[in-house]
Write a protein that binds this ligand. Structure first.
Ligand SMILES: [Fe+2]
Length: 432
């Protein structure tokens, strides 16, 4: 069990700084709690290029605060090791040279214990920075601290999806946590929720935190559309498989079919067939597929092919956001501790279900800049803007997302062949 610093960091700070410092330590402690039952060996494996070792996540999130918050604002700060900047910079060209992403698993040193010492060192520097006796410019510090917290929450989700992949390729299929399965209830057939569309506003309005890529808020025109009231279930994916879904090129985009052939896809990621039964790897170990649970770990290509097979299409991100506006941000997030996409509750009242949590929902919108968008100056301007090519937008958060991290305007993005995140599909169709 790792030791988390329990000292009250808010005592020496005051007002908004104290509240922010408490949030900082809550987020940092939650990161460490995700590793609490793991071994040192579990922290260092990199099972594919997209996966980073847990130790790297622990260090990189610390480097983010060190580089963008502490070093520029605390003159007395001294790094634990100047070489950590090379090892734990991810993609910030402005911040200097960096180690190769695909070789993060080679970094057996510093040790896990040394990385935890690095975390404590930077945490103490943040305490000092926000101490009421320290003459810091809070107007400069708070926005960076805020983005650092959201950044760390993004990495918390990646830690879960990455350790899931790491364990899934281990023939022993270890469980990350213990949770006994409770059979999902039948969510019933899809109901179509119609929306008149029209001239609508999407994007963040500037009240509260949002990433730069969520704005500016702007108008879009939506033709009348309908959204499925819930995402696609495992049972529906089995029907797709049994109807030859993975063998029929007419259902797939050209690049998708090339991926099917090259990777020999014949079922969703983490699924396997044993004695005529479908099973999948979950963070609680191998489980028989529950037909009523929401399908997860689908690529964009699979989501698109399923939609075509079902006589529907994927929603656009503007349709999704317009439909979600006004709905409570509630669902199966990481806070529930299930770490698995559950089934939709039976329909009550006939509205949209599971818009938030369980699975990120693929949209058919290419991830690109909103009208009027420009990336901020400097290294933090690299956070989102430079990835606006060859990726698709996903909405709504997943069972690995923190409830305090998600909102209606949130734009996640992944390449169309990515499957290791908790990604699913909600159908849409044109009406009128
Ligand atoms: Fe990062």
């Amino acid at each position: 069990m790792l030791v988390v610093d329990k000292s009250d960091p808010g005592v020496a700070a005051a007002g908004p700084a104290a509240a922010m410092l408490r949030r900082f330590h809550d987020v940092r402690s939650f990161t460490e709690s995700l590793c609490a039952d793991l071994t040192v060996e579990d922290h260092v494996v990199q099972s594919m290029a997209d996966v980073s070792p847990l130790k790297w996540h622990l260090a990189h999130t610390t480097w983010f605060f060190e580089t963008f918050l502490v070093a520029p604002n605390l003159p007395s700060y001294r790094p634990v090791d100047p070489q950590y900047a090379f090892l734990f910079n991810s993609y910030y060209v402005h911040a200097g040279e960096r180690h190769c992403r695909a070789q993060r698993g080679y970094i057996s040193r510093p040790t896990v214990a040394e990385v935890h010492a690095y975390r404590r060192h930077v945490d103490e520097a943040v305490n000092t920075l926000l101490d009421r006796g320290h003459d810091a410019d809070l107007s400069a510090i708070m926005p960076v601290l805020e983005i650092g917290l959201h950044h760390e929450q993004q990495h918390q989700e990646l830690m879960l999806t990455d350790i899931k992949h790491v364990f899934s390729v281990n023939p022993l299929r270890p469980a990350y946590h213990r949770e006994s399965h409770v059979a999902a209830r039948d969510p019933g057939p899809v109901r179509w929720i119609e929306n008149n569309g029209g001239l609508v506003d999407i994007g963040h309005n500037g009240n509260g935190f949002a990433y730069d890529n969520e704005g500016p808020r702007h108008r879009v025109w939506l033709e009348p559309f309908a959204l499925a009231d819930r995402p696609v279930t495992n049972g529906e994916m089995i029907a797709f498989i049994e109807d030859g879904g993975y063998r029929r090129p007419e259902l797939w985009l050209s690049m998708g079919w090339a991926a099917v052939e090259e990777n020999e896809w014949s079922e969703p990621f983490y699924w396997e067939r044993r004695d005529g039964m479908w099973w999948s790897y979950t963070l609680a170990g191998m489980r028989a597929i529950d037909r009523h649970e929401t399908a997860a770990h689908l690529t964009y290509f699979e989501a698109d092919a399923y939609a075509r097979w079902a006589g529907a299409r994927l929603p656009t991100e503007a349709e999704w956001e317009h439909a979600a506006a006004g709905l409570p941000v509630a669902g199966n997030f990481v806070d529930s501790g299930h770490l698995h996409a559950m089934g939709a509750s039976p329909s009550v009242g006939g509205g949209l279900r599971q818009m938030y949590g369980d699975v990120w929902e693929w949209t058919r919108s290419q991830y690109s800049a909103y009208p009027g968008y420009s990336a901020p100056e400097g290294a933090l301007g690299e956070y989102n803007g430079k990835f606006m090519c060859n990726q698709f937008v996903l909405r709504g958060g997943s069972c690995a997302t923190s409830a305090s991290h998600i909102r209606a305007t949130y734009r996640n993005f992944f390449p169309p062949d990515a499957a290791w995140q908790f990604t699913g599909v909600r159908l849409a169709r044109d009406i009128g």
